[in-house]
Design a protein around this ligand. Sequence first.
Ligand SMILES: [Zn+2]
Length: 118
Amino acid sequence: MKIFKSYTFEAAHFLPQMPEGHPCRRIHGHSWKMELHFDGELVLPYEWVIDFHEIDSVVDPIYKILDHNFLNEVEGLENPTSEVISIWVWNKIKEQLPALCKVVIYETPEAGTEYVGE
Ligand SMILES: [Zn+2]
C-alpha cells in the first residue's frame, strides 16, 4: 500500500551557480509543494500504513525551517535547487519515517523533482 501527504510552503531562493542574467540568479519566491510518499503494509488493527499525524509531527520542525524563509540561508540549502531540497528533506526525515519511499518537490505547478533515495 502506498500513501502520501502533501504540504505547501512559501519561500525565497536564488541559484548562485547560475550566470549573471539568468532568471534563477535573481532572488525570487515560489509557492512550493512537497509530497511525501510512503510504502508499507497495513498495520492492524488500524488498517493504515502510518498515522498521518505521526508524519505531521516529524515534518513540522522541517516545515518551520522551510516556510516563509530564505532557503539559501538554511544549512545544506546554500544552492537550493528542487533537487537539493528533495534530498535535504529525505535526509531530515528518513530515519524517523523509514517507510518513506519518495520525496516530490514542486517548484511551480508544472516543474519539480522526485527523489527516491540513492
Ligand atoms: Zn526558483
